[in-house]
Each structure stands twice: as C-alpha cells, then as structure tokens.
Design a binder for this molecule. Structure first.
Ligand SMILES: Cc1cc2nc3c(=O)[nH]c(=O)nc-3n(C[C@H](O)[C@H](O)[C@H](O)COP(=O)(O)OP(=O)(O)OC[C@H]3O[C@@H](n4cnc5c(N)ncnc54)[C@H](O)[C@@H]3O)c2cc1C
Length: 468
C-alpha cells in the first residue's frame, strides 16, 4: 500500500495545533543586561512547569524565562497530546539502582498524569483534556508476544490497574484492523498540546515570572545566559532546551535531536466514526518497533504520529515543522492500515519536531551544586507528563541547594544527577540512527508477513546498535 499526501495538505507551519489555535504574538525580547534569581532557558513544558513550581514555592523569587522563538515553539507545541505515565530509561534505572527505586520513579509518573490534569483545571487552562487512558494494540503474533511481556513488566512495576484485552474487547473500544489484543492503562489523557503550552505561559506570567521571547541564548555559562540582546546574570541557570540542545555551544554531541512527525485528518463524519468506535477517546498506540501514536481530537479528527525520517545529518532541526513527503505518505499508510474506511479521508496537515535522545535513552534531571547549572530532559518520546515531574524535581533540588528545603521523595529518584556519555561524531551518528530505524522498519515488515510469535532478530540487532 502506498499513497501520496493530497496537494492541499499543509506541511509545516509549526503544527496543526497552531493552525487550530493560532500562533501567539511573541512577547518582548530581552531589553538588555539584567539579573535574576533563576534564569530558565527554553519556554517549552519543562521551562514553563519549572517556572510555575518555583514561583509557587517561593513567590518572591525573581525568575526570567528566555525563549528563542515563542513559548511552545518546540516539541511542546507539536506533540501527539499523549499525556501518559511512560518514562524513558526506567528499565535501565532498575538495572542501575534496583527495582524498588525504579518502581518509585514509575509511581511518581503515575501520579504526574493526575497532577497535570488537576493543575490545568485549578489554573483554568482549557487544553481539551480527556482522561480516556492509553490503549496499545498488537496486530501480529510477534507484537502480541511483546504486548503480553510489556503488560507483565508494567504490572511488576506496580501498575495494578493495567488490563490485558483480547481481540473482541479491543474492538469494543477501537476497531483497529487485524488487532489481536491490547493493553489499557487508566494513567493517560488526551490533550491539545499548544493550548497547554499557551495556558502555562500565560499562567506563569500572571504569577509574576518574566518571559522574554524571540531571545535565543547563544551560550550558557555558570551564572550567565548570553543572548544577542544582553546577558542575564543569575546564580541558577536551568537549561530546558531538549531537542535543540545540540545548537548550544559545547553541546553538539549531547542529546540527539530525533524527529517525530505527525499528520492530522480532516474532521471525520459520524458514519465513519461508527466503523471505528473510539468513543472512550483513549490515546492509541501499537507494539511495532517503529511505533505509532494517535489521538482522537476534540473536533473529531485523528492525529497520528510516528518516526518517518528519524534524524538529519549533523544534528540539524527542521524548518518550522516542515516534514518530508515520504514521511507523510508513510504515516497515511499506517492510518489506512489501521482504519481502512478512512482511505478517502483527507490529510489536513503534516509536521514534525525534535525530541531529545541521550546516548543511553535515559531521561535525567540535574542540578550541579558547584556551578548552579541545571537541566532536565532527554525524554525521548515521553515528555508530555515527564516534563512536569522533571520541573517539580528541579524545584526540590533548587530548594535543597539554596537552603530552603531538604531531601524529598523527588530529589532521591534514580534519574536525578544521572550522567551519560556523548553521541559519536558524524558520520557515525547519522549512519547509526539511519541503520537502526531501517532495521526496525524491516523487522516490522517481516513480523507483519510472518507467523512466528518471536520478535524478529533484526530488531534485537537494532536495539544493540541503539544502546538501549
Ligand atoms: C511530533 C512529536 C510528537 C510527540 N508526541 C508526544 C506525546 O504524544 N506524548 C509525550 O509524552 N511526548 C511526546 N513528544 C515529546 C514531548 O513533546 C517533549 O518531550 C516535550 O514537549 C519536551 O518539552 P521541553 O520543554 O523539554 O522541550 P521543547 O518543547 O522542545 O522546548 C524547548 C524550547 O526551548 C527553546 N530553545 C531552544 N534552544 C534555545 C536557546 N538557545 N535559547 C532560548 N530558547 C531555546 C525552543 O524554541 C523551545 O521552545 C513528542 C514530540 C514530538 C516532536
């Protein structure tokens, strides 16, 4: 099956979420040299949630957020809107620190989904949040084996409310063609990413946080954030730049900017929804190696994402979300394979963004006590909720370091102050990532046509290349 995007598909323009909600008018750039108690670099969810929790904890704190474009310009305004309890690196943290420590991290993530939902409601942020949980489906024998193993692992990490569903119960929720089973967890909600980003920026500004937009930070040094408009001097500088981090001086080979791309359909009429179901508006995913993720939007479209072309040579990022036509066609093929009745449905918009991938695929939160430099990220594809836990953790680390708080449940989580080695130089970085995703796609293709319940060995080789 192969298809091309319709000529009227909008490509880029940051994301559909901004076409829907409007691109905000940027706030004023930094007017010149200034000082702050805390300077936050990057106005995505990590930076904004951090500003939020710091200001709530210490209302007189002088906080400045510096954002290169506008708040929500990055992944936070482009994602799939899957608020869920997954966290990159948990299984490795279990190996490094033990099952109990990793289970505490997982418990904290389960609570984080509820924290985001509650805080958005408390602050009056209407982000189309609907708590329908997460449904992950299998449609090959190998995927079904992985699904059962995944379900067992999650239960072992304390998720007692996760359930395993057979083909019929899966179809009763969402009729995915060929689905043989699924797993569902209540720890997930669908949201409108740009509405959350804009709501958060407005909320922290109303609390008294200073936000300067159109202000790219060119260098981060202890107690200094330098920009073309002036320097912010602050005892604490917190880097919240995720997939854009390699653009900063000295960070070229830290987190790798991995592309994730999305399409959104035209609104789907009721007679077609009858062929699909999806009344519970669960976040929908699958067990493929190059996995997909999707949501039913508040205005009854399907927004669906996947990897597409995974990485641009030299850690380059996209131009305002523009993605490759081949990626749009590949995502549309997945949509129609899942829901054949949508073969004639138009694709309204396509876009991409970058997520930050550390060499060991483990997300981290760090505050270096000797320099006052902090950072959080490397969330891979799971940042919508994780950014909130990271922000509360940064808050606690700040309070501890500045003598206003002590050790907390968050400061002792296993992802705190985790160190990771750098990525390889080019061309090895590019070759490795391209090779890894080519292998995952080939493994998926073979599993789709094969009858064995074993994961295709090519995927295991790809896992090894990835260093997962
Ligand atoms: C297409 C896509 C789909 C995704 N889907 C999901 C999903 O459904 N669920 C999920 O959990 N996760 C998802 N993710 C990941 C999730 O969106 C991110 O992990 C999360 O938004 C990261 O937030 P952040 O604030 O750390 O980074 P970002 O949102 O990328 O924010 C970083 C900000 O820093 C700014 N910046 C960068 N460099 C500088 C500089 N030098 N000076 C000043 N400012 C700078 C950028 O302009 C940007 O606004 C997805 C990501 C993408 C790209």
């Amino acid at each position: 099956m192969s298809s091309t995007p319709t000529p009227r598909t909008t490509n880029g323009g940051i994301s559909f979420w901004y076409a829907d909600h409007g691109i905000p008018t940027p706030r004023e750039p930094l007017p010149g040299d200034t000082t702050a108690d805390v300077c936050i670099v990057g106005g995505g969810y990590t930076g904004l949630w951090t500003a939020y929790y710091l200001k709530k904890a210490v209302p007189f704190l002088n906080i400045t957020v510096l954002e290169a474009k506008f708040c929500g310009y990055g992944a936070s305004g482009r994602n799939g809107g899957w608020l869920y309890n997954g966290i990159a690196g948990r299984d490795r943290y279990a190996k490094l620190h033990g099952q109990e420590a990793a289970t505490r991290l997982q418990d904290a993530m389960n609570d984080t989904v509820a924290e985001v939902v509650t805080t958005a409601a408390t602050e009056g942020i209407d982000a189309d949040i609907h708590q329908g949980g997460v449904l992950e489906v299998a449609y090959t024998p190998a995927q079904f084996s992985r699904l059962k193993a995944f379900h067992a692992t999650e239960v072992a990490f304390g998720e007692k409310d996760r359930i395993l569903l057979g083909a019929r119960d899966t179809a009763a929720r969402i009729k995915v063609a060929g689905a043989v089973g699924s797993t569902w967890t209540p720890h997930g909600a669908r949201l409108h990413p740009a509405k959350l980003a804009k709501g958060l920026a407005d909320t922290v500004e109303a609390l008294g946080v200073t936000i300067h937009e159109s202000t790219p930070v060119t260098a981060i040094e202890p107690k200094h954030a330098r920009t073309p408009y002036g320097t912010v001097r602050a005892p604490y500088i917190l880097r919240c730049t995720e997939g854009f981090t390699p653009n900063l001086k000295g960070q070229k080979r830290s987190w790798l900017p991995m592309n994730s791309s999305m399409i959104v359909t035209d609104p789907i009429p009721p007679h077609l929804w009858e062929t699909i179901g999806w009344d519970g508006r669960e976040n929908l995913g699958d067990m493929a190696h190059a996995y997909m993720y999707a949501q039913r939007t508040a205005d009854d479209r399907i927004a669906l994402g996947g990897r597409g072309v995974p990485y641009r040579f030299g850690s380059k990022t996209d131009n305002d979300g523009r993605t490759q036509p081949a990626t749009i066609a590949a995502l549309r093929d997945i949509l129609v394979r899942f829901f054949p009745t949508l073969a004639g449905t138009g694709i309204a918009h396509a876009w991409s963004g970058v997520l930050g991938v550390p060499r060991d695929w483990c997300s981290t939160v760090t505050l270096d006590r000797s320099t006052g430099l902090g950072w959080a990220g490397g969330y891979v594809g799971s940042g919508v909720a994780t950014t909130n836990l990271a922000a509360r953790t940064l808050r606690d680390l700040f309070l501890q370091d500045s003598g206003q708080g002590g050790t907390t449940d968050l400061t002792t989580l296993p992802w705190v102050n985790h160190k990771v080695r750098k990525w390889e130089p080019e061309p090895f970085r590019w070759l490795g990532v391209q090779g890894m995703y080519a292998a995952y796609r080939e493994a998926d293709r073979r599993e789709l046509t094969g009858r064995t319940a074993e994961t295709n060995p090519i995927a295991r080789i790809a896992d090894r290349i990835a260093g997962r």
